[in-house]
Every structure is written in structure tokens, then in C-alpha cells.
Design a protein around this ligand. Structure first.
Ligand SMILES: Nc1ncnc2c1ncn2[C@@H]1O[C@H](COP(=O)(O)OP(=O)(O)OP(=O)(O)O)[C@@H](O)[C@H]1O
Length: 696
């Protein structure tokens, strides 16, 4: 029978023997805590049941107050029961993997104490010890930030200085220790290498055990109001943003809940891909919304418009220089500046103020104008009502008279008559006339081009203000920041007066016509702080080097995790190329990899590839704008929709000179190749694309 005495490390035994004994002890402690919880849950269930019976049986004799009080006590017991259940879930998870790291820290002048770090905190009531520390606790930052030697962490009471005496890392699965590493270096490479070499999961996984120092600094930055993260492909931007949410929810637990956080997500398949990270970290999932949905809501469903996906597809598949020019113009900072000027111009002419008489009292035009200006955040009807109300109050104060209902009506009509009425659409159309370029506005059969949607919303915000269900959001996350225009950032800045984490990679703009870089975003959002991540984790060294031949970035650091060289397979004709693709799929199906991505330049090509595989009897999921799940197996998608995703193996078909030719294509090819973790294959007929530069 195992002893319940605390285990202590003896000089005679080796570290691993000690850690195995310690693990068994922690598992016993967790088991006891779980039994206590089970007991408490049974007690709560019994209490709720008894109260319900009491209420039911005694309802005829109870007065109203007594019934209310009994119901309240049932609700209280049920709520406490739910909180206890949540704790039970956390402890059960800990029992499978209690911790992943340990370090011994000696505060200045004190003795070294072991600190174990896990995904959740665990306090053992029997021994009164903090057995496991949450990875987000202030002391846990030592694990990520320091090797052995002098170290400091920031507790709520101030900086704590001392020394890290030893550091160990563990992999514990299903309660068993798979390995332990005694390490003196910062989150040792070996464990990271192991993590990265694994096959992909059903969705994005948490990285708590191997967060790197530069990543940790971003995750724990609780002060920056707007943090703009520019990071190379696979540098962990999305992972970091999600871990940062988990950190902020922990750090500000009294004032921030998951309901206060919103992720602006590029598409539905990406939303699904990242959906499990926060629940894995013990937090509730947060709201996610796409730009189009946000636009629909803000325009109250009054306008029909093209989607971003349709715009990108049209830019890639149609040869229409005029459309390209329209989209490019509306994506420039200069366009935002001119739109801002125009909004000021419309606002200044919106109200033709004049002196008036009401109830034989004089009201000067300047007062009406000033009051009207003050309420620019309200819609027109509400604004007129508010101005009428304030002027009436001022008349009361100045002349000591109360207006009769008829006089009030007359005042309102006069004020309303001063407002230059036109619809939002007319006002927006007027902008292009004001610019002297009416051809820049081209709705098709009443449907707006996507490039017009956010400029229109910007005008609405400036001229009428807006009510949004998201107005109470306290933290906004914007992923794939390069895909949004300065106008979109201006809209976000006005709509969300809250902290933001914005992340992306200018090299991955699948639509360079509309791309923004971190400097432009910093200009559009006041108080923004920029940080950079240059180390790439996703792909093997060989794949990362290969992607650098397509789009070099002198700052990028490829991680030394080696794998097979990417293959470029020349095929005689399309039929032979399809046969090669089918062979690759079959090879993948026989491997222990979980995800194969076949990534094409356009959506039309994705459909062609899907058909070729279907004709060969091979099953694959074709991803389009509506796809809401990231399933496993073979996924076929365009580079646009592959952004943010990753696959064990990627095939890029049609990598020929005529298919990948332009600068836009260069970015698409780069996105496609950087989705691969372990293997990459390109196939082509005719000459291979010249966008792949020479090997270094
Ligand atoms: N510190 C880390 N430890 C383990 N894995 C990591 C770490 N950092 C990143 N990764 C892994 O690298 C991969 C890329 O991460 P992520 O998708 O967050 O990067 P990204 O910068 O958003 O990529 P992209 O812009 O190319 O879509 C993921 O598999 C992630 O788990």
C-alpha cells in the first residue's frame, strides 16, 4: 500500500525514480480530491431534490415569499453544484496529465522549493500545499523565461528576485510518465522538437508545455491596449493570441469573462479549427464572427453585397483591370483620408441652421447647429428628437416658459426641415461624384462590391452612429490582419473602443490588392504597439527553406527539425498529373499522417481536383466558403481558404509557369507551401513556375 507521507528526493536515488514516486503521490492526492468532490456533488444533488420535494408537497401552505426563497435556494445549490462539476472536470484532466514542468526556485535569502507547472492549479486541502501551479500564475513565468541561474518574476506585491536551481520537463499521458528531461536551458529544444514532429490533430492544439520566451512575453503582456503581431508563417501567432486570451481571463478574472471577448475570424473552417484551444485550456469558447456577418449586422440587413471570398475569386479568375483598380483604390490609406474629409464635408452641410422663433421666443441658428453637432453619434430621427428636447429645455431655462404640445411639434418640424435628407447609399454615391470619379462606384444589379461595404459602414458610423450588439466587447482579436483595409481598421477602431490583439503576416496576403501591413494598421489604430515573430515552428527545416525560395524573408529563422526535401514532380500531361495526385493520396492514406491538404490557386481548380479524385474513387472534402468543419483525411481548398490551417502533408497541383505567374500568385504559392508540417509535393505539366527561385 502506497504511503501518504510526502515524498522527498533522496541523494541516493536518481531523479527519474524520484519523479515517478512524486507523480504517483500527486495522482493519489488528485484521486482523493476527486472523491471528496463526488461526495459533495451527491450532497448537492440530494439537497436540490429535497428542496424540490419540499416545495412541491408544501406549496399549498406556503406564502409567496416562502416559495420564492425556496426556489432561490434550489437555484443557489444548483449553481454551486455546477461550479463544483467544473472543478471535477479540471481535476479529472489533471489526473491524466498533472503537470509538464518543474523548477526549483530559491527567493533571495530563502531555500529552494520545487514548483510544478500544469494546465490548471491544484491545491491539496489535506496537506495545505499548492501541488500544481497554473501555467498562467506569476511564478510560472520563470519556467518560460529562465534557464538555471538568477531570475525574477512579478507577483502582485512586486518583483520577486531569486535563483532557479533546477529545471525539469515531463511528458505525462494518461497518468503515465512517457519521459522526463533534466534541463538547464530555456524550455528545452528536445521537447519542442518532439511536439512539432507529431502528426496533426483534429484542430489546433495548446502549446503550454513549450511556449518560447518571445512568445511568452506577448502572451503575458497585459498592458498593451492594441498589440499588433507581425509574424512569419508558422510562428505561432494564432496559438499565441488564443493563449493570450486564456492568460487575460486568468489575470483579470474579476473583470473579464469569455463573453467579453470577440474573435474576428477569416472564415468558418478556421473558426472550427481553433474552436477547441480555449476549452482545452479550461476556459469557455469565445464569440467568433466573420467580417461579412459583422457588416450584415451593422447595415441591418438593408444592403446586399458580394463576399470577400467572391471578391478574391473574381480578382483571381477574371481579367478585369477596372475592377482591380476599383478594389485597389478603396484599399488605400489615401482613400480612407479622402472618405474622412468627405464625411466632414457632408456633416458640415448636413444641417442648414437658421434663426427661428418658437412660442414667440428667439432661438439662434448657432445654438441649433452646436446642439445638432453634439449628437453626431445618433441616427437622424433620434438626433432630431434629442436636439428638440434640448432646445425646449434651454427655452424653458432662458425664457421661463413651457412649450405647449403644438409648439413642441412646430419646433421639431423646423429642426427636421434643416436636416438635408438623403439615404446612406445616395450619400456614399455622392462621395465618388465629390471625388470627380463616379466610375469607381459599380454595384451590380443593386448588389454592392465587397470593396464598398466598409466605406459605406464608415460613413454610416461617422454620420449616424451605430448600435452594435458587440459594443460591450472588452477585447477584440483580429486574425489574418493583412486581409483588411485601412477603412476596415478605421471602422473597427470606431466600433470597438476596447483592447485588441491583431495578428497576421504581410507575406500571406492572398489578395495583395487589398493588403495592409502592420505599419499601416499601427497608423489606423491609435496606441498600437507592434511586435515581431521571426522563428517558424510549423514546417520542417527543408519545407521552410523551400518556401523561402518563393518569398524570401531575411529575418526568418527556420527551426532545425529535419524531414524530407519537398518534391517537384514534372508530369507529361494533365492525366499523368492526376494519376500522380491519386498515387500521393493513396500513399497518404496508408501512412500514419492525419491530414493531407491539396491546395490550389483558385476555387475553380479546387473543384477540378475534387472531381479528378472522385473519378478515381478517392474520397476528399472540398472546402468552400460555407464549410464549417475541419475534418480529417484529404481536404481540397484554394490557398485563400487554407490560410491559418496546417496539414501533415501538402500537395500543390498545377504548379506550372502559366498557373503561378504573377506577384499575387507568388503569395498564394507561399501560403500553400507553408501549410505543410512534414511533407510537401508540387506537381506540374509544362514548365514549372519560375516563382520558385534557385536553392540557396
Ligand atoms: N512554442 C510552441 N510549441 C509547440 N508548438 C508550437 C509553438 N509555437 C508554434 N507551434 C506550432 O506551430 C504551428 C503554427 O502555429 P500557428 O498556426 O499558431 O502559427 P501562425 O503564425 O498563426 O501561422 P500562419 O500565419 O502560417 O497561419 C502550430 O502547429 C503550433 O502548434
Amino acid at each position: 500500500m502506497a504511503s501518504d507521507e510526502p515524498v522527498t528526493e533522496t541523494a541516493a536515488e536518481d531523479a527519474e525514480t524520484y519523479e515517478r514516486r512524486h507523480l504517483e503521490q500527486v495522482k493519489r492526492q488528485l484521486q482523493r480530491a476527486l472523491q471528496t468532490i463526488e461526495q459533495r456533488l451527491n450532497d448537492y444533488a440530494r439537497e436540490v431534490q429535497q428542496q424540490k420535494e419540499y416545495l412541491w408537497e408544501g406549496r399549498a401552505d406556503m406564502d409567496h415569499a416562502e416559495k420564492v426563497s425556496t426556489r432561490e435556494s434550489i437555484e443557489r445549490a444548483a449553481a454551486t453544484g455546477e461550479a463544483v462539476q467544473e472543478r471535477q472536470r479540471r481535476l479529472a484532466k489533471l489526473r491524466r496529465a498533472p503537470y509538464f514542468g518543474r523548477f526549483d526556485f530559491a527567493p533571495a535569502g530563502g531555500e529552494g522549493q520545487p514548483v510544478y507547472i500544469g494546465i490548471h492549479h491544484f491545491h491539496d486541502d489535506d496537506s495545505g500545499e499548492d501541488v500544481i501551479h497554473d501555467w498562467r500564475a506569476p511564478i510560472a513565468s520563470l519556467f518560460y523565461d529562465y534557464e538555471t541561474g538568477p531570475a525574477t518574476y512579478h507577483a502582485p506585491e512586486g518583483a520577486v528576485e531569486g535563483e532557479v536551481l533546477r529545471k525539469r520537463q515531463f511528458r505525462i499521458r494518461d497518468g503515465e510518465m512517457a519521459f522526463m528531461i533534466e534541463s538547464s536551458v530555456n524550455v528545452v529544444d528536445e521537447v519542442l522538437q518532439e511536439e512539432l514532429a507529431r502528426s496533426s490533430d483534429e484542430g489546433m492544439r495548446n502549446i503550454v508545455a513549450t511556449i518560447q520566451r518571445d512568445q511568452n512575453a506577448i502572451i503575458r503582456d497585459a498592458d498593451a491596449p492594441v498589440l499588433v503581431i507581425q509574424g512569419v508563417a508558422g510562428s505561432g501567432k494564432t496559438s499565441i493570441a488564443l493563449h493570450r486570451i486564456a492568460f487575460l481571463l486568468y489575470h483579470y478574472k474579476e473583470s473579464l469573462s469569455s463573453d467579453d471577448i470577440l474573435i474576428l475570424s477569416p472564415n468558418r473552417v478556421f473558426s472550427d479549427y481553433i474552436a477547441d484551444v480555449l476549452p482545452e485550456l479550461g476556459e469557455e469558447a469565445v464569440h467568433q464572427v466573420g467580417m461579412e456577418q459583422l457588416a450584415h449586422e451593422l447595415l441591418e440587413g438593408e444592403y446586399r453585397f458580394q463576399s470577400f471570398f467572391e471578391q478574391t475569386t473574381a480578382l483571381l479568375e477574371r481579367d478585369d483591370p477596372a475592377m482591380r483598380e476599383r478594389v485597389a483604390r478603396k484599399s488605400s490609406t489615401e482613400f480612407l483620408d479622402r472618405l474622412g474629409e468627405y464625411a466632414g464635408y457632408v456633416e458640415s452641410r448636413r444641417f442648414a441652421a437658421e434663426d427661428i422663433w418658437v412660442a414667440r421666443r428667439y432661438v439662434p441658428g448657432w445654438l441649433l447647429e452646436e446642439t445638432f453637432r453634439k449628437h453626431r453619434r445618433l441616427g437622424t430621427t433620434e438626433r432630431v428628437r434629442q436636439v428638440t428636447h434640448e432646445i425646449e429645455r434651454k427655452i424653458g431655462l432662458e425664457y421661463n416658459v413651457d412649450l405647449e404640445p403644438g409648439e413642441r411639434r412646430e419646433l421639431r418640424e423646423k429642426i427636421k426641415g434643416m436636416v438635408q435628407q438623403s439615404t446612406l447609399r445616395e450619400t456614399y454615391k455622392g462621395f465618388f461624384e465629390w471625388l470627380g470619379e463616379p466610375d469607381l462606384f459599380r454595384p451590380v444589379k443593386g448588389r454592392l462590391e465587397y470593396a464598398d461595404v466598409f466605406p459605406l459602414i464608415y460613413l454610416k458610423l461617422r454620420l449616424e452612429g451605430m448600435n452594435s450588439r458587440w459594443r460591450d466587447i472588452k477585447h477584440l482579436i483580429v486574425d489574418e490582419m493583412q486581409d483588411y483595409t485601412p477603412v476596415q481598421y478605421a471602422v473597427l477602431g470606431r466600433l470597438f473602443a476596447c483592447n485588441m490583439t491583431i495578428l497576421g503576416d504581410a507575406s500571406q496576403a492572398v489578395n495583395p490588392v487589398t493588403a495592409s501591413d502592420s505599419a499601416e494598421i499601427q497608423r489606423a489604430l491609435r496606441g498600437a504597439v507592434r511586435v515581431k515573430l521571426t522563428k517558424s515552428y510549423r514546417s520542417s527545416y527543408e519545407i521552410t527553406r523551400f518556401a523561402q525560395r518563393i518569398l524570401p524573408d531575411p529575418e526568418l529563422e527556420a527551426l532545425e527539425r529535419h524531414g524530407e526535401e519537398p518534391e517537384i514532380i514534372a508530369c507529361r500531361n494533365r492525366k499523368a498529373e492526376n494519376a500522380t495526385l491519386c498515387r500521393t493520396v493513396e500513399e497518404f492514406l496508408a501512412s500514419d499522417h492525419n491530414h493531407l491538404g491539396v491546395i490550389t490557386r483558385t476555387q475553380r481548380q479546387a473543384r477540378q481536383v475534387h472531381k479528378a479524385l472522385a473519378d478515381a474513387g478517392l474520397e476528399a472534402q472540398l472546402v468552400d466558403e460555407e464549410t464549417g468543419t475541419f475534418g480529417h483525411g484529404v481536404l481540397i481548398c484554394s490557398a485563400h481558404l487554407a490560410k491559418g490551417l496546417e496539414f501533415d502533408r501538402v500537395v500543390v497541383p498545377m504548379a506550372s509557369a502559366d498557373n503561378y505567374a504573377s506577384e499575387t500568385d507568388r503569395h498564394l504559392l507561399y501560403v500553400a507551401c507553408t501549410r505543410a508540417m512534414h511533407r510537401l509535393t508540387l506537381t506540374h505539366t509544362g514548365a514549372v513556375t519560375p516563382l520558385i527561385g534557385p536553392a540557396a
